[in-house]
Design a protein around this ligand. Structure first.
Ligand SMILES: Cc1cc2nc3c(=O)[nH]c(=O)nc-3n(C[C@H](O)[C@H](O)[C@H](O)COP(=O)(O)OP(=O)(O)OC[C@H]3O[C@@H](n4cnc5c(N)ncnc54)[C@H](O)[C@@H]3O)c2cc1C
Length: 489
């Protein structure tokens, strides 16, 4: 890396969160530099599931079809024993969980970010960060990167979070989880095999190339993360949880890890933001970690772009924490509840769980609520509900119209005169449903406003869509007082 670099937004970390964000900023025309510690791309996969809401976000970027084609959809998500969550009735184009390795998603995101002009610098570990009223300075292997804004998408041990002096409160929920990438003599009957029986839990998912990932956990045999894993141990736990080890033959990689539940108290300090695992981590139950990070990025990208280009509404950047922190908390709770229920030890407790859980999941409102929360389809922001895909005149859909990265106004062609001067920021898209109220959809597919034609001008101004676009960025709102090395100097 060159010794001193100047950029508008520095994104630390080229995991899924950082790559989606970098692509959004670059496509919006913002100069963005991604600083990634690893020298080469990672082929180590952690996440396996892409949920419906994430697929909608990928659809709004023209990427969903490629990701879906490389994966296997499952319509029913097994929790434990016979309890399953039915995703097939979700009101979305993607009523399923897509099983695909995390590196497939990362490759698609990296290709798009690079094509849009994001600079991805590998072998660039950020070691320190300070900010003042004008910008952020990051120390990278002896050189410096000066940026207007920085985003820590640098994972669970985030150097950015540490440099901000922010705590990461929470605790370990599950110790000694074994991971193994294996070959099996007999493929599991469904795409996923997952169950918890007594003291054993196992999960088997395909990579799609003949290799499988097994997660196995044994309450009776808790070891430190450094203890070696043996194939016999994996076989034994898998048999107890799933009734078979599928003729487990060989492993190319095995490891042990522990799972934490933690969330940072603030997602923003001045000009620095946290997203993805740097901001929240939780158990892998429900497969929501990568999804939540990608959705953080989708929320933050357009807000940072609007601010960098000088037309953001007042306080827009603060809405990132306001909207995403509660979602992170909800995910911590829901994934924590699944893992705790899965690990109930006593036979009586498991029986009660299965009876009560089975009864609850047969009640449509409860089943829809749970499916909506896990898939992300049910997650609305208090002032900006999720926008459902709707058909548009001319055989297009809303999520296709969102691919320009602009706001979309769902209204008849007669609204065009009210958008004069805004064509670089708002796309007019008449819906086929002519009775639909006029609806302004944000670039992240949440609804900014709904109403009648007479209220549109005020709604546009409130969304920052003034017809006179300022020539440069506005100064950010004042840095919030907080102790730590990143205080405004
Ligand atoms: C076993 C397991 C199974 C999981 N299964 C699922 C699942 O099914 N579904 C799901 O949604 N999620 C799952 N997750 C969680 C998911 O993998 C993470 O939530 C996701 O990877 C977070 O993405 P991220 O981009 O925020 O962070 P990361 O993927 O951790 O990326 C952070 C990047 O920052 C880089 N970096 C770190 N420090 C620095 C530095 N100082 N300077 C520069 N670069 C730096 C790292 O090298 C890395 O590339 C699972 C996790 C585990 C452990």
């Amino acid at each position: 890396m060159k010794r001193d670099v100047r950029t508008t937004v520095a994104v630390v970390g080229a995991g899924p969160t950082g790559l989606l964000l970098a692509g959004d900023l670059a496509e919006a025309g913002v100069d963005v530099t991604v600083l990634e510690r690893r020298a080469s791309e990672s082929n180590l996969t952690r996440a396996f599931g892409v949920h419906a809401r994430t697929l909608e976000h990928l659809d709004a970027r023209g990427l969903a079809d490629e990701v879906v084609a490389a994966g296997a959809p499952i319509e029913r998500l097994s929790l434990f024993d016979h309890l399953k969550i039915d995703l097939s009735t979700l009101p979305t184009r993607f009523p399923f969980l897509l099983i695909t390795p995390q590196y497939n998603v990362e490759q698609v995101l990296e290709k798009r970010a690079t094509a849009a002009g994001a600079h991805i610098v590998r072998g660039a570990a950020v070691t320190a960060l300070r900010q003042d009223a004008d910008g952020v300075e990051l120390t990278v292997d002896g050189g410096t990167v000066r940026a207007d804004y920085a985003v820590g998408a640098d994972g669970i041990r985030s150097a950015v979070r540490n440099a901000l002096g922010l705590p990461f409160p929470g605790k370990s929920v599950l110790k000694s989880i074994m991971l193994a990438d294996v070959r099996l003599a007999h493929a599991p009957a469904g795409v996923l095999a997952v169950n918890a029986v007594g003291d054993a839990f196992a999960f088997v998912a395909p990579f799609g190339d003949g290799w499988y990932r097994i997660f196995a956990w044994d309450r009776r045999h808790q070891q430190p993360d450094t203890a070696p894993v043996t194939l016999d141990e994996i076989r034994d736990v898998t048999r107890r949880a799933l009734g078979t080890d599928f003729g487990l033959q060989e492993a190319r990689w095995m490891s042990r890890f522990h799972s934490d539940e933690r969330q940072v108290p603030h997602y923003r300090v001045g000009r620095v933001f946290l997203a993805g695992d740097a901001a929240h981590v939780h158990s892998p139950a429900g497969g929501q970690g990568m999804n939540t990070g990608l959705q953080d990025a989708a929320n933050l990208g357009w807000k940072l772009a609007a601010t960098a280009q000088g037309w953001a509404a007042d306080g827009l950047l603060d809405t990132y924490e306001g909207e995403r922190h509660p979602v992170g908390r909800l995910v911590l709770r829901s994934s924590g509840a699944i893992i705790r229920m899965a690990m109930i030890r006593s036979r009586a407790g498991r029986l009660a769980r299965n009876v009560l859980g089975g009864t609850a999941l047969r009640l449509p409102p409860v089943a829809h609520k749970i499916a909506g929360t896990i898939s992300g389809i049910g997650i609305d922001y208090p002032r900006a509900p999720r926008a459902a895909d709707v058909p548009l005149m001319g055989s297009r859909r809303l999520y296709e119209a969102l691919r320009d990265g602009r706001f979309v106004l769902l209204a008849p062609d007669s609204a065009a005169p009210q958008l004069v001067g805004l064509h670089d920021r708002v796309t007019l898209a008449p819906p086929t449903d002519t009775a639909m109220p006029w609806t302004l959809v944000r670039p992240d597919a949440h609804i900014a406003w709904r109403g009648g034609s007479s209220e549109l001008d005020a709604a546009l101004v409130k969304a920052g869509l003034n017809k006179q676009k300022p020539s440069g960025p506005r100064p950010p709102s004042p840095l919030r007082g907080r102790n730590g090395p990143c205080q405004e100097s």
